[in-house]
Design a protein around this ligand. Structure first.
Ligand code: SAH
Length: 244
């Protein structure tokens, strides 16, 4: 029986892979990877390493989570070193916890290897700090995705009346609803917001706007994309560095 490394692949830029993640990738017998993990990382694997794609595209799961759990488990029964490679950090909307529980229940040893999350690194590459002295003292990372079979919102919108920076992951397809909701709870229509597409990669693109106009400006950006809401967005004018 082998060991599973539930590993963060970082947000896109391959140089943002941690040294520890690189080490386990290089010794892996099997790598089970997602769409958001930069596929160039697989070039670091040793000869003969089996690479299994279980990609997920935002809400469109290519494989249901239950099946992914089973793929990982089966790999661990046959191989010594199994790397489960996931975009960003495995525990930030990464379902790494569910995979860990599934393995624990079956007596499989595992380790979490944190990754640099897109929630912080993608705004950072766009020149947007998630906190900034004098502007905001905290930030929230929220899923923009809501379960289709629930008619009431699971997102506690009333909590977002504060000055916290809000980062929405998986929210581009609901950008219109998100901005309307934020206006509804009292944010000004000209409140700053940015959408960052394919952050930390050569295709990175950032669109800045207001709660009122961002939808028209950003709705057609390619995924993956995240949304940043808050006064910190304005700092991009002074801090933009990556998109030249
Ligand atoms: N575990 C991941 C997040 C998984 S949820 C992490 O820690 O980064 C997937 C969402 O992350 C996407 O829908 C998108 O909102 C965001 N995302 C991931 N990579 C991104 C990138 N390179 N650029 C912009 N958004 C990204």
């Amino acid at each position: 029986m082998g060991k599973v490394y539930l590993t963060g692949a970082g947000p896109g830029d391959i140089d943002l892979l941690t040294v520890k993640a690189l080490r386990v990738v290089q010794m892996a017998d099997v790598i089970i990877y997602d769409r958001l993990a930069n596929p160039d990382i697989l070039l670091q694997a040793k000869e003969g390493c089996e690479c299994i794609y279980v990609g997920k595209e935002d809400s469109h799961h290519t494989l249901p989570q239950e099946e992914i759990n089973e793929v990982i488990y089966q790999a661990a029964l046959k191989h010594n070193h199994v790397v489960r490679l996931k975009g960003g950090d495995p525990l930030v909307f990464g379902r790494g916890g569910e995979e860990g529980i599934y393995l624990r229940e079956r007596g499989i040893e595992f380790e979490f290897i944190p990754g640099i999350t897109s929630a912080i690194a993608v705004p950072e590459y766009a020149g947007i700090p998630v906190t900034h002295r004098g502007i905001t003292v905290s930030f929230r990372v929220v899923t923009g995705h809501e379960s289709k079979n629930k008619d009431h919102s699971q997102i506690p919108w009333e909590n977002y009346k504060t000055d916290d920076t809000i980062v929405f992951l998986m929210g581009l397809h609901r950008l219109d609803k998100i901005t309307k909701k934020l206006i509804e709870i009292g944010k000004p229509k000209d409140h700053p917001i940015a959408v960052i597409s394919r952050g930390t990669t050569p295709e990175e693109k950032t669109v800045v706007g207001t709660l009122e106009d961002i939808y028209e400006k950003a709705k057609d950006l390619p995924t993956p994309a995240l949304i940043v809401v808050g006064e910190v967005v304005k700092l991009r004018e002074k801090l933009s560095w990556f998109e030249k």
